[in-house]
Ligand binder design. Sequence first.
Ligand code: ZN
Length: 332
Amino acid sequence: MSRAKSYDAAKIDTLAKSKLPALGIDLGGTKIRAAAVRDYEVITEPKQVPTPEGREHIIEALVDLVSEFKTDILMGVGIATAGIVNCDTGEIIGSTGNLPGWSGTPLKKVLESKILLPVHVENDANAAGYAEARIEALRKKRCVVTVTLGTGIGGGIVLHGRLFRGSNWAAGEVGHIKIAQDNKRLCTCGLIDCWEAYGSGRGLIMTAQEMLEGVTIDQSRLVKEPGTLTTYDVFSAAKEDDLMAKKIVERWHEHIAHGLVNLAHVLNPDCFVITGGLSEFVDFQLLHDMVADRCLPRVADAIEIRQSAIQGQAGIIGAAQFVIDELLTPRS
Ligand SMILES: [Zn+2]
């Protein structure tokens, strides 16, 4: 495989048989976290540093973080990063607002020259999806789609145990499937009425603001100064039986279901894994019923929707485990 070309075959073979851990690094907009991984588990205390500004500083922080681990017993380093990644070259080819100036970074090449270990770079939602689909309970599933619900919506598609990256690395950008025709909600990507503009935290707040129009403070505690409403406000009010809040949360479930139904009909997955900061607020029974009700019976029969069992660690595990499973032991 081209991405392992810089290492000779004998060295790769030795590493593959060594059962050594790999280092997983999750590079986010606000923090960088790293831990050693083996057998789909984090085996060291994760280390964390704030994400500095600018390409050079981020690379410096990554190199410093790697040096805090015993690099002589690592198989390699896997990095989960925001943005679209060419996984053959390890270059960031499309960036997000969270990491300005990151696009165009030949991350694999630069890091390998500095840390002298094999490096694999992966889109963060893909890395998380890979980890979720390869944990023991789901390893035998044919199609696992991981959906990350947070400030945006990300996706990772794993078919028969392998990541599906599409024709030019942009598969799984599920947040940008169109789920409405209202021409009402501008998405962060510049398109209108994307799933992310409804199902993400930002989308939930927009839904709340629309539904609260004309509602008085006597009717809902969510009526407050414009611009001050948070997702936490909505979920905590719903928990305390605020009727409007409960309606808003139900509408949010409908929005999430809408996207899952579209994905279900295209991919016929046997499992959706829901992860990300908002996943703890999902009523999984309600969501399953909504999705099943709106799918063709054959598609609905297959669907299982579960919460992530490795929440918060999936990016680290997926990026590192990919190094162990595929970079150094490529399947034919
Ligand atoms: Zn979009």
